[in-house]
Design a protein around this ligand. Structure first.
Ligand code: UDX
Length: 446
């Protein structure tokens, strides 16, 4: 099949590279000439494990190409995927569809024969209808279909998620679109990924419902973690205990500093707005958004408490800045609120992140950035584990502690067990463990 992808951002690039790898001929267009120039020279603008090799191989084998001209990409395509950004609109939390509609107008002008226009970007219910209306208005003569094919991939595991998905959801309104979409995904169906055909509106809503549900799961366990601390229980065991019930499932039950990233906060907020637009409210989703924001801000209070009640004049080491490991993405990362609150409380912040420091420096310019975890910890008064990068799981704890002024560790990701950290001489506190609480008096009296 011949496929055009509009937008060479995160979703567009991964979709384009993976579809090319399935044997399709993929042309990917982006209006940012600098990005296209870099891609044509084999440079990938984002950090995603394995993506550079996948792009390079498919470019070399002639299945994947990049350009800045939308007409060139769309020419002769059986399907045109819209994979542009849908950021949160300033002020009202709605998804901003400017780029989607711009792409739809461009596609309307460029199409010469039948094609399926597919929204891959996460778009509110009804967007597919509007895209269809716009194209039909511009080109009343044209034979085309509009489908919804939401993407469920996670940053850091994007290629694996695309190639081995739990399911593929396709919303179509006619048989022609259904046939084209079935052809595109045939290589995946051989691997038994269930292909679920439904209506366009159902597909659009499914994506938001999935993200809001996962965000709810995380927020639920985070609140249980707080309760664990109060009653002297351990959230890791509670997670395991409830997660082994297959009706609940073990994934997304890791308590932490609150969810961030480019999807969950924006999608929960857009879903809430959709409900309001239809005269109803999603009270659980609203509470999730509110509790998560509050949680991110509350993380600084944990650090301050662990430091004996004040961080004024102290230097705090942060390990990890990105919203999760294996990405350089800082969007809505819990680290942002944490750094700002610590600085407001009079602390200096020194940080290390394996991939995120360049992005972080654009937002957090008062932070001192270090070359490795040990340099970051040197001479500091407390160490805070913010992101669960694998490299932080195998730190030389003794070396880390020996370099610090005060051996305090606040583990916001529950990477370590208290036994091993305390054996290395640290005073340790983590999330959702009643045992962590004696740390405070210990520090205050030392
Ligand atoms: C998410 C969805 O998982 C994906 O299906 C969708 O397509 C896009 O949004 P992503 O934002 O890449 O993917 O990250 P994800 O791995 O889902 O993590 C989101 C946030 O939740 C991170 O801040 C992460 O640290 C946090 N999280 C996740 C937890 O705090 N605990 C968990 O158990 C899982």
């Amino acid at each position: 099949m011949r496929i055009a992808i509009i937008g060479a951002g995160y979703v567009g690039l991964v979709t384009g590279a993976c579809l090319a790898d399935f044997g399709h001929a993929v042309r990917c267009a982006d209006k940012d000439p600098a990005k296209i120039d870099a891609l044509q020279r084999g440079r990938i603008p984002i950090y995603e494990p394995g993506l550079d090799d996948l792009v390079a191989r498919n470019m070399a084998e002639g299945r994947l190409s990049f350009g800045s001209d939308l007409c060139w990409a769309v020419e002769g395509a059986d399907a045109v995927f819209i994979a542009v950004g849908t950021p949160s609109r300033r002020g009202d939390g709605h998804a901003d569809l400017t780029y989607v509609y711009q792409a739809a107008r461009g596609i309307a002008q460029a199409l010469k024969g039948y094609a399926v226009v597919v929204t891959k970007s996460t778009v509110p219910v009804g967007t597919g209808d509007e895209v269809e209306r716009m194209i039909r208005e511009a080109r009343p003569d044209l034979h085309f279909s509009v489908a919804s094919n939401p993407e469920f991939l996670r940053e850091g595991a994007a290629i694996e998620d695309f190639k081995r998905p739990d399911r593929i959801i396709i919303g179509v309104e006619d048989d022609s679109a259904r046939a084209v979409m079935a052809d595109i995904y045939r290589p995946l169906c051989a691997g038994h990924a269930p292909l679920i055909f439904t209506t366009r509106r159902t597909a659009e809503l499914t994506k938001y419902a999935a993200n809001a549900f996962l965000a709810t799961k995380i927020t639920f366990i985070n609140e249980i973690a707080d309760l664990c601390e109060m009653v002297g229980a351990d959230v890791r065991d509670v997670s395991k205990g409830i997660g082994l019930d297959t009706r609940i499932g073990q994934k997304f039950l890791d308590a932490g500093p609150g969810f961030g990233g480019s999807c969950f906060p924006k999608d929960v907020s857009a879903l809430i707005k959709t409900a309001h637009d239809h005269g109803t409210s999603l009270r659980i989703a609203e509470t999730v958004a509110e509790v998560n924001e509050r949680r991110k801000r509350a993380m600084s209070r944990r650090v301050i408490a662990a430091c004996g009640g004040s961080v004024r004049g102290k230097t705090i080491c942060l390990l990890g800045l990105t919203f999760k490991p294996n990405t350089d993405d800082m969007r809505d990362s819990p680290a942002i609120a944490l750094v700002q609150a610590l600085e407001d409380a009079g602390a200096w912040v020194r940080a290390y992140d394996p991939e995120g420091m360049e992005q972080a420096a654009l937002i957090l310019n008062e932070v001192e950035y270090a070359g490795d975890p040990y340099e970051a910890a040197l001479g500091t008064d407390a160490l805070v584990l913010v992101t669960d990068w694998d490299v932080f799981r195998r730190l030389d704890l003794k070396r880390l502690r020996d370099g610090m002024r005060w051996p305090i560790m606040v583990d916001l990701r529950n990477i370590y067990s208290s036994t091993e950290v305390e054996a290395a001489g640290f005073l340790y506190t983590c999330i959702g463990n009643g045992r962590s609480r004696p740390l405070l008096p210990l520090i205050a009296t030392s």
